[in-house]
Ligand binder design. Structure first.
Ligand code: FAD
Length: 388
């Protein structure tokens, strides 16, 4: 089914991202896999092309696009070539900037946004803790006022605790950290801080060893009496949980876009494979079982894509609800995983070999049902909205 949410400008942007993927990213796949990281020069190249600052206003070095469809095209194209690149670039350029653009002071924007747009400052966001990720309101990292600070005064905060599974965590220059500033207030006692590489007391663990998306650096972060001034606080004290809830729909629709694009690309490659691979003297795609299976998979992708496209449009117009974003996220993750599992099957033994893109894609996809709010948490949100 033809898609109708993008115009010529969007498609021209897609062409430039696609060209970059072919020319710059694809040849580096093996190197990224070995190093478990997207090398800095790739970030800088992407920054130079203007791909990392779509949402950042022009005065701070970004594109000031103010049109979410450009972000969506980025997510689609990164996912088509490499799911891990999509995750890392997505966190940096789609998930993190709104916190600073919407909530930062003039000084904070000047300090961080130009480097984020250029790729010189790699950014991550740290919500999840070793003790739990789903129940965000129960996080235990603390930031307490230092010394004899009095209400209304400027002063320092002392940050203690740890975070885990943080995308870009190993090489991030900047991390948005959610910390508890008031233990008596639950969700209303959470505040966001910008923690910078090199701050005394801020350390990272090793790059975590994952079953998929090995190219992305995912790490534990440790905070041992990290001293933060008020200039490191993003948004108002006690408003961190609300800030995250307000911005999670964008993270989730971005995840949904990636999920569908990733599965669609591998399915396209799989269909080609089934036209050339022969068994019993015929192309394996010609057997009725496989033909029907592929018909089901193509249908599943197109139906999911239509819903996600509606969400992209709604978000572009500022009317995407958290519940609709939750539906898009869990459904697309499920469809992606189901489709890729069948793609592996259609490849037979080759589908289980790491040198085949389908095998890696299948492993890469597994996490999408877990992160950014698991499928169960998405259903919890939907159920709550139904008054259940
Ligand atoms: C590769 C990777 C990258 C990540 N990147 C980031 C990042 O950049 N920043 C960040 O902050 N986090 C990140 N995460 C963390 C991710 O968001 C969490 O793993 C996720 O939110 C789940 O939290 P948890 O792992 O603590 O699982 P838990 O919260 O312990 O949940 C375990 C299981 O219980 C289920 N469950 C929990 N509560 C309920 C409930 N009420 N009803 C039904 N089932 C429930 C969950 O769905 C899950 O299946 C990343 C994770 C991975 C794997």
């Amino acid at each position: 089914m033809p898609r109708n949410i993008y115009d010529e400008d969007h498609e021209a942007f897609r062409d430039s991202v696609r060209e970059f993927c072919q020319r710059v990213l694809l040849p580096r796949t093996e190197q990224m896999l070995q190093g478990k990281v997207i090398d800095r020069d790739l970030w800088l190249e992407a920054g130079k092309m203007g791909f990392l600052g779509l949402e950042i206003p022009e005065e701070y070095g970004g594109a000031g696009a103010e049109d979410y469809r450009f972000n969506a095209i980025g997510a689609e194209e990164w996912s088509r070539v490499n799911a891990a690149v999509s995750s890392c670039f997505g966190i940096h350029s789609d998930v993190c900037p709104p916190y600073i653009v919407d909530l930062g002071t003039q000084e904070q924007k000047q300090r961080w946004l130009p480097g984020m747009a250029s790729g010189e400052l790699i950014c991550g966001i740290a919500m999840t803790e070793p003790g739990g990720g789903s129940d965000l309101a129960a996080l235990r990292t603390t930031a307490v006022r230092d010394g004899d600070w009095a209400p209304g005064e400027e002063g320092d905060w002392i940050l203690n605790g740890s975070k885990t599974f943080i995308t870009n965590g190993y090489q991030a220059d900047l991390v948005i950290v959610a910390a508890r500033t008031d233990p008596s207030k639950g969700a209303k006692g959470i505040t966001l801080f910008m923690v910078e590489a090199g701050m005394p007391g801020f350390t990272r663990g090793r790059k975590l060893d994952k079953v998929g998306q090995e190219e992305s650096d995912t790490a534990e972060l440790f905070f041992d009496n990290v001293r933060l001034s008020d200039a490191q606080r993003i948004g108002e004290e006690g408003r961190g949980f609300i800030a995250m809830m307000e911005r999670l729909p964008q993270e989730r629709v971005g995840a949904a876009v990636s999920n569908v694009a990733h599965a669609k690309q591998i399915l396209t490659e799989t269909i080609e494979y089934t036209k050339t691979r022969k068994a019993f003297g015929s192309a394996i795609g010609s057997f009725q079982h496989n033909k029907f299976k592929i018909a089901e998979l193509v249908t599943a992708i197109e139906v999911a894509e239509a819903y996600v496209d509606d969400c992209i449009e709604a978000h572009t117009q500022g009317r995407l609800t958290a519940v609709d974003a939750a539906k898009a996220k869990w459904w697309s993750a499920q469809v992606q995983n189901d489709v890729l599992d069948e793609c592996v099957q259609l490849h037979g033994g080759y589908g289980f070999m790491n040198e085949y893109r389908v095998a890696r894609a299948w492993r890469d996809a597994r996490v999408t049902k877990i992160w950014a709010g698991s499928n169960e948490i998405m259903k919890e949100l939907i159920g709550r909205d139904l008054g259940l």
